[in-house]
Design a protein. Structure first.
Length: 120
């Protein structure tokens, strides 16, 4: 019995180290996402507000009119992403026209499995 009590008292410093490590891990996991934004390029909020204001004005204008016909809706939709947004942020969207060089998920999985198995 005396031997068991001695072994348990030896684990107290280890338990303290585990608790301290867990606390440090929690603190760093909360702080790391905020630190990741330091030095990164951020967008200008004024540009986004301007785009949203334009979209809101167009929505308000369309809501006061009679519903547009099919031809008008199709014509406006073909100008950009959809009828309301038009071509706002169209360069940020991934489409077949600008994604010719992109790898599909299937290709990425095949490459990863090939690297794991050595069959590149």
């Amino acid at each position: 019995m005396k031997n068991i009590g001695f072994d348990l008292s030896m684990l107290r410093p280890v338990r303290f180290i585990i608790v301290a490590f867990t606390c440090a891990l929690l603190i760093f996991s909360y702080a790391l996402p905020a630190a990741a934004t330091i030095g990164s390029q951020t967008s200008n909020p004024e540009d986004e507000v301007t785009q949203l204001t334009g979209i809101q004005k167009e929505t308000d204008k369309l809501s006061t009119q009679a519903p547009p016909g099919l031809e008008q809706t199709q014509r406006r939709s073909n100008e950009g992403l959809n009828e309301i947004q038009g071509s706002a942020d169209i360069e940020k969207m991934n489409r077949p026209e600008n994604s010719q060089q992109a790898k599909t998920v299937e290709d990425q999985v095949k490459n990863a499995l090939g690297k794991l198995t050595g069959n590149q």
